[in-house]
Design a protein around this ligand. Structure first.
Ligand code: CKX
Length: 614
């Protein structure tokens, strides 16, 4: 059991959860004077910004937007007297990229990694029946020993600047909700489920981690609230007769109510929404409930106007409506685990998620999208600091699987995005990450990583570890764009023949493909960056996908235009979106919609002309 696996907050007969979101005091700390000046007790400012949100897009000066270093938040909360005798926690959905938490001036938690939850036990530091001061010191500097990777430089004027090795803006702040929790002394700490399907029944195997000396009772309720199965004890099997399975775009959710007793007293209770389904890779197919599924969808970002990378429920709703309208069935949480509410929505809407750990930028380059196409090597996993990086990466894998293991929507773990795999020193590093994911996931989901263009059938030393192979490919954009597109198609087919010859006998999914497109640009005949060219490039790429039967999915890059750092390759952000950043369609949306609506969500057999993978 992991110390940070605290279950998603819930209020019920035994638990209390109160959101502390709202306007919090905020201060940058370029001189790192906070501790010296007593800021853990409270901030000397009247400035306030919303939580959750990134801090960067509210202000009108560049120094704040581009700020790298420490920054502080403060809020107050009142603790009701009725909570005496409870265990009290603060739970942060995420603070990017690292945080120190103080309650009434006392340090109560430290966390590294900007995309996963952590808790602070405040039982000793907090005061009942009084107002309490909560202060968070955060920091957004990038290093090569934490993920995502990059570096932080100091400009000649003394100001620090983040230099990401990745292609999205280094947004930071308290990005997800903060909850105040009151839990019973004897509590349920974790629940894990696995599923096995039989002819007319399903076996739901469960494990409950809880306080010793307690007894556990479980009830599985169907969507109408009728009892489907019940059990007792910290582990066992629930047999569900005639189960309704959770399916792609056809979700059916049960509720598992776990109750903890001390003697005959109810001590704690936790309700988990769950879908009964299996996922496996067999031959060159991905099977959901034993049926092949072809992934149709997107690589996305958590990125929207004003909120930056902060959780934005309006964008969440709009994005799911657009994905349904498109006929999509899946997405990858490129390039980090998203807010928990995204997975809850995917569970309820029947979308499949490739859940990605924030291991991005593992190729030393400030323009990896360009350098990787040139064959550049950086010896990334052979540095003196690699062991530290590995620890941070393993911690993120553990936290991600602990958080997301019970979501039916999560069908695979993506353990890296576009790392350097052409050097032998990557192999032991990869082996440890892949082994840890297998060890931790009770459902033994497929593991994968997204391969950059220079990880080819001839050069990639790590691809054999993936249960299915994810390719990020930009033929017709970074490779032979514009009038050279006919060469792009030929080279792409050559690469695919190479993969076939390598004989991996497993499914391939395109987790990125596409090209930058300005929503304002039309041109006939097309040129790169025009809407007409985006369509032509996609048509060419789809033609190639359809020629190989081991291609079992396509997730276009990107769902929407998104913010990046400044540079000569970016026009105020990456414009590969099928939608604009304001979530309005480009022409390509209609092309993809027509294609995806013609491919069923499950059970698609490719045309007999497609080249066989085995
Ligand atoms: N893949 C050649 C990672 C994404 C980038 C995408 C791009 C690259 C391409 C790598 O984070 O946004 O350049 O558009």
């Amino acid at each position: 059991m992991l110390p940070y696996s605290l279950l998603y907050p819930q209020t019920n007969t035994a638990r209390r959860a109160v959101k502390l979101d709202g306007m919090w005091k905020f201060s940058l700390d370029p001189q790192t004077q906070g501790e010296r000046e007593g800021w853990p007790q409270g901030l000397p400012t009247q400035e306030r910004i919303p939580v959750p949100a990134s801090f960067q897009d509210f202000f009108t000066d560049k120094d704040t937007r581009e700020y790298a270093g420490d920054f502080w938040y403060e809020t107050k909360f009142f603790l009701p007297r009725e909570w005496a005798g409870k265990r009290l926690f603060l739970r942060f959905g995420s603070v990017t990229h690292r945080a120190v938490v103080y309650c009434n001036g006392v340090e109560v938690a430290r966390h590294q990694g900007g995309f996963l939850p952590f808790c602070a036990d405040i039982t000793a530091a907090a005061r009942l029946d009084q107002e309490n001061t909560l202060v968070v010191k955060a920091n957004n500097e990038l290093t090569e020993t934490n993920i995502p990777c990059g570096r932080t430089i100091t400009l000649k004027n003394g100001k620090k600047m983040a230099k990401p090795y990745f292609d999205f803006f280094n947004y930071a702040g308290i990005h997800r909700s903060v909850h105040l929790l009151a839990l019973p002394q004897a509590s349920i700490q974790d629940v894990s489920l696995t599923f096995a399907l039989e002819e007319r029944a399903a076996q739901v195997r469960y494990t409950v981690d809880c306080a010793p000396g307690c007894t556990v009772a479980l009830s599985l309720l169907d969507a109408q609230g009728n009892l489907a199965a019940s059990g007792e004890g910290t582990e066992g099997v629930l047999t569900v007769k005639e189960p309704r399975l959770w399916g792609v775009r056809d979700p059916y959710l049960y509720r598992l109510v776990v109750t903890l007793f001390q003697g005959d007293q109810l001590a704690d209770q936790y309700t988990l929404e769950t879908g009964i389904r299996t996922v496996e890779v067999r031959g060159a197919q991905i099977l959901l409930n034993g049926k092949p599924v072809y992934l149709k969808g997107f690589g996305k970002h958590e990125d929207s106007d004003l909120f930056g990378r902060g959780f934005n429920p309006a964008a969440l709703k709009r994005d799911f409506e657009l994905m349904k309208w498109m006929g999509a069935n899946s997405f990858r949480t490129s390039h980090y685990p998203y807010a928990e509410e995204v997975y809850q929505m995917a569970d309820r809407e029947g979308f499949l998620i490739i859940d990605e750990v924030p291991a991005v930028g593992m190729f030393e380059s400030l323009m990896n999208f360009f350098d990787a196409t040139t064959g550049k090597q950086s010896g990334f996993f052979g540095k003196e600091t690699t062991p530290q990086l590995l620890q941070a990466h393993l911690q993120a894998v553990e936290e991600m699987i602990a958080r997301d293991k019970n979501h039916p929507c999560v069908v695979a773990w993506s353990l890296f995005n576009e790392p350097e795999t052409t050097n032998e020193n990557a192999v032991p590093y990869f082996e440890q990450i892949f082994a840890r994911a297998r060890e931790l996931d009770p459902q033994q989901r497929p593991r994968t990583f997204a391969l950059i263009g220079n990880s080819t059938p001839e050069t990639c030393k790590c691809v054999q570890l993936s249960d299915f192979v994810c390719l990020n490919r930009y033929y017709g954009w970074y490779n032979q764009g514009g009038y050279e597109i006919s060469d792009a198609e030929e080279n792409f087919r050559k690469e695919m023949d190479g993969w076939q010859a390598r004989g991996l006998h497993r499914p391939f999914v395109f987790t990125e493909y596409g090209g930058d497109t300005l929503s304002s640009k039309h041109k006939l005949p097309s040129v790169m960056w025009s809407q007409e060219y985006q369509r032509e490039a996609l048509e060419m790429l789809h033609r190639v996908f359809d020629s190989y039967d081991f291609v079992q999915g396509e997730q276009v890059w990107n769902f929407a235009d998104f913010q990046t750092g400044e540079g000569i390759m970016r026009v105020n952000g990456n414009k590969k979106g099928v939608f604009t950043r304001q979530r309005q369609p480009k022409d390509a949306a209609f092309l993809l919609k027509a294609r995806w609506e013609s491919i069923p969500h499950t059970g698609w057999e490719k045309s007999p002309g497609a080249k066989q993978g085995e």
